[in-house]
Write a protein that binds this ligand. Structure first.
Ligand SMILES: [Zn+2]
Length: 263
């Protein structure tokens, strides 16, 4: 027992519940950002990867186009060569000479055909790369739009909640100072519990348990409470903490009553 006077204890209990309600509201306000920051981070990582692969694709397309150009240049000079050979053919004197030139013309022609095949193959490849590029580009634009939309939403939430957050922090500060002045040990205990427990829940209401008819459990760790303790909690004039988790225990009606009186 931290304090002995019954009405004083009741007043401390009210203050503990009030502090808890304020912290709950603060958590709720902060939770409104939800997973937006994480979503923005994930989408940005995706956008970076896509941007990188688009750059690589563009480079591959550029290389293929250069290859196609050089094959065209090579075919142009092969055709010139072929023309010259055909002229030479008109002026040959021996069969052997005729045969040699004819063979060279055939070979030149084959090389031109082969080059044309390569050009078609490369153009086909470039076309599929260009298609992939434009698809990826559309995906990137979509991701960028989603990032912008989420950033905007997060900004609105931040602007909207900043005022509420500041207001709650002020209320918490005032009440904390008050409780600290009235009962420093109790305040320290509350603070320790609040900081160490999951969700910052230092004060919880007890809940009926399905395990045993008419029995109650700690609303934080669900440990079954002795009947005597339950009865004492219901009197609302004693500060009681859960033996298992250390949370302050109050009855649900009390908690709701105090919370309602604050709004
Ligand atoms: Zn507990």
């Amino acid at each position: 027992m931290m304090t002995t006077d019954t009405s004083q204890v009741r007043e401390r209990l009210v203050e503990l519940i009030q502090l808890q309600v304020l912290y709950d509201r603060l958590h709720a306000v902060r939770a409104r950002q939800g997973d937006l920051p994480q979503q923005i981070e994930d989408l940005s990582a995706k956008a970076d990867t896509l941007q990188h692969s688009l750059k690589e694709l563009a480079e591959q397309i550029r290389q293929i186009e250069a290859e196609v150009r050089s094959l065209h240049v090579s075919n142009d000079s092969l055709r010139d060569h072929e023309q010259k050979l055909r002229k030479k053919l008109e002026a040959v004197r021996t069969n052997q000479e005729y045969y040699d030139i004819e063979t060279e013309i055939k070979e030149t022609h084959l090389t031109i055909e082969k080059n044309l095949q390569d050009i078609r193959r490369l153009q086909h490849k470039a076309e599929s790369f260009r298609q992939k590029y434009s698809e990826d580009e559309a995906t990137l634009r979509d991701i960028q739009a989603r990032i912008a939309e989420r950033k905007e939403r997060l900004e609105v939430i931040k602007q909207h909640t900043a005022e509420q957050e500041a207001h709650l922090l002020k209320q918490i500060e005032v009440l904390s100072q008050q409780l600290q002045a009235e009962d420093p040990r109790l305040f320290q205990l509350f603070e320790r519990r609040r900081r160490s427990l999951r969700g910052g829940k230092a004060v919880v209401s007890i809940i009926p348990t399905e395990r045993v008819e008419g029995r109650y459990a700690c609303g934080g760790c669900y440990t079954l409470l002795p009947r005597q303790l339950h009865w004492e909690i219901m009197q609302r004039n004693k500060i009681i903490v859960c033996e298992s988790c250390g949370r302050f225990l109050v009855d649900e009606g009390f908690y709701t009553e105090v919370a309602k009186s604050m709004s």
